[in-house]
Design a protein around this ligand. Sequence first.
Ligand SMILES: Nc1ncnc2c1ncn2[C@@H]1O[C@H](COP(=O)(O)OP(=O)(O)OP(=O)(O)O)[C@@H](O)[C@H]1O
Ligand SMILES: [Mg+2]
Length: 243
Amino acid sequence: MSLALRNVSRTFAGNTAVRNVNLSVQPGEIVGLLGTSGCGKSTILRAISGLDDGYEGEIEINGSTSKGVHDTTGFIFQEPRLLPWLTVLDNVTFGLKGDKATREKRAKEYIANVGLVGNENLYPRQLSGGMAQRVAIARALVTSPEILLLDEPFSALDAFTKMQLQDLLLDIWKAYNSTIVLVTHDIDEATYLCDRILILRGQPGEVDREITLTEQRPRNRGSQELAKCKSDILESLDLNRKN
Ligand SMILES: Nc1ncnc2c1ncn2[C@@H]1O[C@H](COP(=O)(O)OP(=O)(O)OP(=O)(O)O)[C@@H](O)[C@H]1O
Ligand SMILES: [Mg+2]
């Protein structure tokens, strides 16, 4: 599964949100989009997902540049966006095709993968934030997307749940060899998870810099390479600099 963006720009009512993004993602690669608020990260992700087709430039997924939602793409948002009137099981089963027994069997397998066995019959209001986000992850993965697009998927969670779910994401990535584009403004998350980090800056946002991480996984969150990378990123973001 390959993904390429060529000169992608997006303008809303005369205001350019993001400009000239070029990106080529290899199958199985984890690429991070990192940048301060409003620099166009979600805009890029929505264009890749097909939820927004108003961009200029070209997005190629597996050789196809047709616009619209690709069923090989899964999306995980910042909030779980579960259907409140459906149970955990039904939320995960919802997007699947086929007969009920097969769909439920498959959904249960993914519910197990995210560590929620025994919670299948609970409703979203009965879940903690971390549990709800696990359901959202199971729901995105159950259709076996080859490209997984994540928009700050763990930002609403406490530090411990966040680290657990980051490791869960890596387990899933390893098991399914997914290609991942991860939007985040958490530098530690980006350095822990990504093979490559694109740093976006400015208004309109543009790719300012690209950083490649070579450290083998599993990575040590406290390693010197990650710390060095973090300080590089902080320097290039230069939060006090005017654009
Ligand atoms: N549908 C829209 N209509 C008009 N302007 C929009 C729309 N979507 C995004 N924008 C504008 O595009 C710019 C980039 O927004 P975007 O949501 O991509 O930022 P972001 O980098 O994801 O920020 P954050 O980190 O806060 O989520 C902002 O100036 C925003 O106001
Ligand atoms: Mg955003």
